[in-house]
Design a protein around this ligand. Structure first.
Ligand SMILES: *[C@@H]1O[C@H](CO)[C@@H](O)[C@H](O)[C@H]1NC(C)=O
Ligand SMILES: *[C@@H]1O[C@H](CO)[C@@H](O)[C@H](O)[C@H]1NC(C)=O
Ligand SMILES: *[C@@H]1O[C@H](CO)[C@@H](O)[C@H](O)[C@H]1NC(C)=O
Ligand SMILES: [Ca+2]
Length: 571
């Protein structure tokens, strides 16, 4: 693993391109009626930070800045996100559940001709309409097959970051399908930022963020989306932070911890810059992880069950807090039920931007719950209904002994819902073990939880029911004891299912390969000479590709060609 760069954020900047991309047209938003100016909104998304990976949850990972910001603000302790990257980000950007955007299944992979659907207005688009300056720094992971999918076309006036999900933190090389297709992924606006390669992602993003804050006119409201790729794999951190964890024997945990400590220090600098730029007193800062930690990659959700990629609490119950002078209640811990889809309406509410007619959001405005401790308007969360993820081998079989097939609802389908205190899971749920941080010696009393899920799984269960309030660690399955509750929640899933759109999971498009586009990931459809840039065009192109064997062959030849070229380069 590489290191070397420091996390001291001394990267020279950039001024010209950045200033050039500011939209100066709307001018300042001085409120003529004398109402207080709308607050600046800073949303910090962190990648794969587990529930147990923050100082204030008792982690051995040191996060003094996060601890202080959360301690002075409102800690969200009944806060949920989605189990993986793209879904959480799609809900943050639109306030809509995945069943309403067609993104029910998995992440958006780089080779897929798929992006956040263009007919859903995004949070930055709406904030820009309300007069906000909108800037994004960091990981997008919401598709880029067409120019119209790029962050700069989805409401952000400037963008520095990556389009894919898990590139190298220093070289920005990113691959899909193992080493099937690889290319450079760091973009400034809409061009590859080759010259910035070599800078550690967290340092680079913090540096750009500070530059944005420094040059921002405080009289104009600002929306800044800082989306760090720390602490996602590849596990890489500057040497200095690794040194601080030299006592941690598990190398994955050591690197992961160093990544979070580096991030923690970087956010300290961001807050310092908010203060010196005169923005702090009128800023609402939201901090959120995008999904649970991955125990195989250094993360820990202990004492919650399961991890990233599952709908067990360890996959979806997230680290989150709000820090702001504007909070009516500070230093509080909130037990209000809050979900990542709530940020879109909540931030729009703070901005004084109303939801246009005909806009039905799945999120709720939860500001009153956070700031004043009012009851949360949210009483349930649909985590997902993923008809693509069927329990393997379930189709066409006779219904197994358990509650496997219940009339209208096919319990082989992967779904999860929370209604009040209850949580129901169906289908194939993935690893549901309780995994203590890998550094710690496991007390004997905890050993009995290890492997328990695997032992239980042999019973081929496909329905679980928990009272999360009394049993946040999901140890006591009540599905058999409370069949009437199971039926109630299944019926609720059925109601949601009636509003679902078809999942959109196009096959990989070999034409996306960066080797065909100068070595960098970027839009490959609807470019010049290929016709329009609309959705209809996409369908037409897809259909054409599907039914044109010659095209397929051509694409295959190109792919093989490029592989040969690449191999020639490498060996
Ligand atoms: C970091 O980025 C700057 C431009 O912002 C560039 O001059 C420098 O060479 C980059 N690389 C390293 C290793 O610092
Ligand atoms: C959800 O609705 C679709 C379309 O009506 C239906 O085909 C499917 O079986 C339903 N899903 C489940 C799990 O019942
Ligand atoms: C869930 O557990 C809590 C805490 O023990 C209890 O107060 C509540 O009644 C339970 N909920 C239901 C619906 O049984
Ligand atoms: Ca993630």
């Amino acid at each position: 693993m590489r290191a070397g760069a420091t996390c001291s954020f001394l990267i020279p900047l950039l001024g010209a391109t950045l200033l050039g991309s500011f939209c100066g047209a709307t001018g300042s938003l001085e409120d003529r009626a004398g109402r207080p100016a709308p607050p600046h909104l800073v949303f910090i998304m962190v990648d794969d930070q587990g529930y147990g990976d923050v100082g204030y949850h008792g982690s051995e990972i040191r996060t003094p800045v996060l601890d202080q910001l959360a301690g002075e603000g409102v800690r969200l302790e009944n806060y949920y996100v989605q189990a993986i990257c793209s879904p959480s980000r799609s809900q943050l950007m639109t306030g809509r559940y995945q069943i309403h955007t067609g993104l029910q299944h998995s992440i958006i992979r780089p080779l897929q001709p798929l992006c956040l659907p263009l007919d859903h207005p995004t949070l930055p688009e709406r904030l820009a309409e309300a007069g906000y300056a909108t800037h994004m720094v960091g990981k997008w992971h919401l598709g880029f097959s067409r120019r119209s999918c790029l962050p700069t076309r989805r409401g952000f006036q400037s963008f520095l970051g990556t389009l894919t999900g898990s590139g190298d933190h220093f070289s920005y090389r990113s691959c899909d399908g193992g080493a099937e297709a690889c290319g450079f992924d760091l973009h400034d606006g809409e061009r590859p930022a080759w010259e910035m390669a070599g800078n550690y992602s967290t340092a680079l993003y913090v540096q750009r963020t500070k530059e944005i804050l420094r040059s921002h006119d405080p009289s104009k409201p600002l929306f800044l989306y800082l989306s760090l790729q720390a602490a996602h794999t590849p596990l890489q951190a500057p040497e200095r932070f690794l040194h601080a964890y030299r006592g941690v024997e598990n190398p994955a945990r050591r690197h992961y911890a160093a990544m979070l400590s580096c991030l923690d220090q970087g956010l300290g600098e961001v807050v310092q810059e908010l203060r010196s730029a005169g923005l702090y007193h009128n800023t609402v800062l939201v901090y959120s992880s995008d999904n649970g930690g991955q125990p195989l990659s250094g993360g820990s959700n202990w004492p919650l069950r399961g991890g990233k990629g599952t709908y067990w609490e360890g996959g979806v119950r997230a680290v989150g807090f709000v820090h702001s002078v504007l909070l009516k209640r500070k230093g509080a811990v909130s037990g209000a039920l809050i979900h990542v889809s709530d940020w879109c309406p909540t931030l729009l509410g703070l901005a004084g931007a109303s939801c246009p007619r005909g806009c039905h959001l799945d999120g709720h405005d939860v500001w009153g719950a956070i700031s004043e401790g009012l009851p949360s308007p949210r009483t349930e969360i649909l985590f997902n209904i993923d008809p693509v993820s069927k329990r393997p081998g379930a189709a066409g079989q006779k219904a197994p002994v358990m509650l496997h097939s219940l009339g209208a609802w096919d319990t082989a389908v992967r779904a999860a819902i929370r209604v009040g205190e209850w949580k129901l899971l169906t289908g194939s749920m993935g690893d549901g073990d309780w995994i203590p941080p890998r550094r710690a010696r496991m007390p004997a009393a905890l050993e009995r939880w290890q492997g328990l899920e695997k032992r239980r799984d042999q019973r081929r269960k496909s329905i679980w029911l928990f009272n999360i309030t009394s049993d946040p660690y999901e140890r006591a399955d009540l599905a058999e004891a409370r069949p009437e509750v199971v039926m109630l929640l299944l019926a609720r899933l059925g109601e949601y299912n009636q509003t679902a759109v078809e999942p959109r999971n196009p096959p990989d498009d070999p034409m996306a390969n960066p080797q065909l586009h100068g070595g960098a990931w970027g839009p490959w459809l609807g470019l010049e000479g290929q016709g329009g840039d609309g959705e209809q065009e996409e369908t037409r192109v897809e259909r054409k590709v599907k039914h044109c064997k010659v095209c397929k062959l051509k694409a295959l030849f190109k792919k093989v060609d490029s592989r040969l070229q690449r191999n020639a380069l490498l060996f």
